[in-house]
Design a protein. Structure first.
Length: 95
């Protein structure tokens, strides 16, 4: 993966907490999975913190419609059009 500069402090703080938790459980993980990666910012931080770790990224990257729980709950991510989700998925895949 190429280097990624994350400008969102909320993502950085969450990533640091997640990495600390992983280190407590498995100091040098060889494999893991992240479910619901969106743009894979946390995934990037995890891979940088644990060189050699294989991380499986899982996300539907699909358009949700009004009335569906995900659409109604997530004001930002749940409201993307399928073409936008396709762009997000491609962005993650090229890293």
């Amino acid at each position: 993966m190429k280097s990624l500069i994350i400008g969102n402090d909320k993502v950085k703080t969450h990533s640091k907490s997640l990495i600390s938790l992983i280190r407590e459980i498995v100091p040098k993980p060889l494999m893991g999975a992240e479910i619901g990666v969106f743009r894979a910012e946390n995934s990037q931080h995890i891979l940088e913190a644990f060189p050699g770790c294989t991380l499986v990224l899982v996300d539907l990257w699909k358009e949700w419609f009004a009335g569906e729980e995900y659409y109604d709950y997530h004001r930002r991510m749940g409201r993307l059009l399928q073409t936008e989700w396709d762009d997000v998925m491609q962005e993650v895949l090229v890293r």
